[in-house]
Design a protein. Structure first.
Length: 73
């Protein structure tokens, strides 16, 4: 890893995106959200909704992701 430093901006961005996704999924899962990691990814990256899941679950994911983005900047 040390030989790869400094890491390209694209690699850092990818790691940040993956961590934000995992953080959002895990935080919401702890709170009882029934969405899977794959469903979380679809909602946040593609902007789609998941049939049979409540809008409240969707909005919690979206708002958590927005909070992370706000905190990053």
């Amino acid at each position: 890893m040390d030989d790869s430093r400094p890491l390209p901006a694209s690699a850092i961005n990818r790691v940040q995106q993956d961590l934000a996704l995992e953080w959002t999924y895990n935080s919401n899962s702890i709170e009882g959200n029934s969405l899977t990691l794959a469903e979380t990814r679809v909602i946040l990256q593609d902007g789609l909704t998941i049939g049979g899941k409540s809008l409240q679950e969707h909005f919690r994911l979206i708002n958590h992701d927005k909070a992370i983005s706000f905190w990053k900047n």
